[in-house]
Design a protein around this ligand. Structure first.
Ligand code: RUB
Ligand code: MG
Length: 487
């Protein structure tokens, strides 16, 4: 094409058969002011060498909305200017000369109401394999109220979950049953009973426990619910165990969920790998059946962890709040798995706030109003132990489930003692916080004092005292963090 190839072409020139730049086709509109009802996505783009970043942004807008590689006259049968996504801003990423943040606005009419599958087919569809880009990452999205309101949101929500469990003013405590695979139903149920009787609120199936030859699902559900009922009778507290209903088909998942309900379970669990449509179906089921729905984010790190390509977990957290799960694994900062403090704070805010103000330091690129959707309980899990209680409460706050799998079941005095150590550590720390003490600075002393009258806590502190996971985070914010982030 001759002349200025960054200008939007008009009339006959625009619709002549052939190939045009995406900018010429109208996908780069630098003076576009997004409408209140537009969905906005910010992508991190790494253009191929020699590709103009604005053209790359326009290409992303094109391929994630209406365009193909060549001019098609059938565009003229549509309200094409409305349906074209519009790249309107490109900023260099701080300290990454080959990367750019591209802002793209999408008209609401491009999307079906209440469907994560439909949203994602556009926003993370073809575009991630696009040749002019070396890499592409979806960093954040602004979801307009008009769109948020087409979703049901969390089936139960934090407020109602606490009321059903009759537990207030402190984080909830859980544990993932270990070993992850291989226990028989009877032994599995014993682990659950010991952990709940010892002081935990919840136990949980691990992500990969479904219905294997060593323990079929009905066997697990029967022994687990026997354990829950006995532990409730022994302690006088409400207890729960996340029964993982993840299975090969929706029919199997419904069957398992119905059986969990029949046995009196207050919670069921699914894995992120079941897919967005299955998650939304299970959220609808949970809402109709007064069931808390726990989501384990199994698989997310395959596409969330690397900064240059994939989808940020903050976007997954937003989609999951829309989709309607009640619990979501959101990181621990101090544990065994990836979790920068500032980035993690952004995820927790997405789960728990009514309104997220823009906060680049925590990776939040936009204001986000949650329009009265229920709050989603974040779950901190993965390599944590009682000796970190002060850090966990300081970093993650009160509306969170703290899950100690190895940190309960690996206790030298047994599973119930492991649970007691965690419960005593938690209650000592909440009491100290409520008395106005500086728990971050005084945490180790508070724990040591509590351990004087609790030998299980003493043993936990002794055995895990030196365990930390100090590695450099991969997924860090690009904008200078403010003082130490606490959620
Ligand atoms: O099995 C565990 C934790 O076990 P343990 O407590 O013994 O380490 C969970 O699968 C991880 O928390 C998942 O990670 P994330 O919560 O980051 O999704
Ligand atoms: Mg696990």
């Amino acid at each position: 094409m001759d002349g200025d190839d960054s200008k939007v072409l008009k009339g006959a020139e625009r619709y002549k058969a052939g190939v045009l730049k995406y900018k010429q086709m109208g996908y780069w509109i630098p003076d576009y002011e997004p409408r209140e009802t537009d969905i906005i996505a910010v992508f991190r783009i790494t253009p191929q060498d020699g590709v103009d970043p604005e053209e790359a942004a326009a290409a992303v807008a094109g391929e994630s909305s209406t365009a193909t590689w060549t001019v098609v006259w059938t565009d003229r049968l549509t309200a094409t200017e409305k349906y074209r996504a519009k790249a309107y801003r490109v900023d260099q990423v701080p300290n990454a000369p080959d990367q750019y943040f591209a802002y793209i606005a999408y008209d609401l009419d491009l999307f079906e109401n209440g469907s994560i599958a439909n949203l994602t087919a556009s926003i993370i569809g073809n575009v991630f394999g696009f040749k002019p880009l070396k890499a592409l990452r979806l960093e954040d999205m602004r979801l307009p109220t008009a769109y948020v309101k087409t979703f049901m949101g969390p089936a139960t929500g934090i407020v109602v979950e606490r009321e059903r469990l009759d537990k207030f003013g402190r984080p909830l405590l859980g544990a993932t049953v270990k070993p992850k695979l291989g226990l028989s139903g009877r032994n599995y149920g014993r682990v659950v009973y010991e952990a709940l009787k010892g002081g935990l609120d919840f136990t949980k199936d691990d992500e990969n426990i479904n219905s294997q030859p060593f323990m079929h699902w009905r066997e697990r559900f029967l022994y687990c619910m026997e354990a829950v009922n006995k532990a409730q009778a022994a302690t006088g507290e409400v207890k729960g165990t996340y029964l993982n209903v993840t299975a090969a088909t929706m029919e199997d998942m419904y069957e398992r969920a119905e059986f969990a309900k029949e046995l009196g379970s207050n919670i069921v669990m699914i894995d992120l790998v079941i897919g967005y449509t299955a998650i939304q179906s299970m959220a609808n089921w949970a809402r109709k059946n007064d069931m808390i729905l726990h989501l384990h984010r199994a698989g997310h790190s395959t596409y969330t962890r690397q900064k240059s390509h994939g989808v940020s977990f903050r976007v997954i957290a937003k989609w999951m709040r829309l989709a309607g799960v009640d619990h979501i694994h959101a990181g621990t900062v101090v544990g065994k798995l990836e979790g920068d403090p500032a980035t993690t704070k952004g995820y927790y805010d997405i789960c728990r706030e009514e309104f997220n103000p823009m906060c680049l330091e925590h990776g939040l690129f936009f204001d986000q109003d949650w329009a009265s959707l229920n709050k989603l309980m974040p779950v901190a899990s993965g390599g944590i132990h009682a000796g970190q209680m002060h850090q966990l409460i300081d970093l993650l706050g009160e509306d969170v489930v703290l899950q100690f799998g190895g940190g309960t079941i690996g206790h030298p005095m047994g599973i119930a003692a492991g649970a007691t150590a965690n419960r005593v550590a938690l209650e000592a720390m909440i009491l100290a916080r409520n008395e106005g003490r500086d728990i971050l600075a005084e945490g180790p002393d508070i724990l040591a004092d509590a351990a004087k009258s609790c030998s299980p806590l003493r043993a936990a502190l002794d055995v895990w005292k030196d365990v930390t996971f100090n590695y450099t985070s991969t997924d860090t914010p690009d904008f200078v963090p403010t003082a130490t982030a606490s959620v």
